[in-house]
Design a protein around this ligand. Structure first.
Ligand SMILES: [Zn+2]
Length: 205
């Protein structure tokens, strides 16, 4: 493959870009050649931005959303209702719910769902820290907003059992206008916003 390009450095750069999701070697070469045409300073700024993001972006110590500071802007916003916690799988889901502009509470990012097939158990997720938040008090409602998949359901039920002792905390689930198997982040804003407003009490079976 290396003989395909006149430069080994170029080949290496193409290899790096091809590691990105959805980027094949053809696209990678196009991007690399584009960078090669830019001023050196501009390319350095590009690489520095990526490196800084990777090194400096943190996880919010409260909700585990990404943040530049110890506590994310949502958790530190006094206008947000801290008594309502929306439980989501990942940071894209936080963005999806935020885009609906229908939700004034705070979040808890699990970092995935329970999936024995993929070797993901409850201990791999931020479930204990969710229970801790509830235990600390001041929480009136926990909204489950996970995907309507078998793994999502398993996780919902696990959280339901974990939070069962806290009887004064309402546990609700977003309305399933979302068809089974749909990932939360792919749902359109109107549907997602409506499903949060029309949430129903979660009944464990
Ligand atoms: Zn936060």
């Amino acid at each position: 493959m290396i003989e395909q390009y006149p430069s080994e450095l170029l080949e290496k750069a193409v290899q790096e870009f091809s590691k990105l999701p959805g980027v094949g070697r053809k696209t990678a070469l196009r991007l690399v050649l584009h960078l090669l045409r830019q001023e050196t300073d501009e390319v350095l700024q590009f690489t520095e931005t990526i490196a800084r993001m990777r090194q400096e972006v943190k996880r919010c110590s409260v909700c585990h959303n990404i943040s530049d500071s110890e506590i994310c802007p949502i958790c530190s916003d006094p206008r947000r209702d801290e008594s309502i916690i929306c439980v989501v799988e990942n940071i894209q889901d936080v963005m999806a719910v935020e885009n609906t502009q229908q939700y004034q509470g705070v979040y808890h990012v699990l970092g995935g769902v329970i999936s024995p097939m993929d070797g993901v158990g409850p201990a791999d997720l931020e479930i204990d820290s969710l229970v801790e938040r509830v235990k600390e008090g001041g929480v009136k409602e926990v909204i489950l907003a996970l995907s309507s998949t078998m793994e999502g359901d398993t996780t919902n039920f696990y959280i339901f059992r974990k939070l069962a002792p806290y009887t004064d905390v309402k546990l609700s689930i977003i309305a399933r206008g979302i068809s089974v198997g749909d990932e939360l982040e792919y749902t359109d804003e109107v549907t997602l916003g409506r499903s949060i407003l029309n949430r129903t009490p979660f009944e464990g079976h």
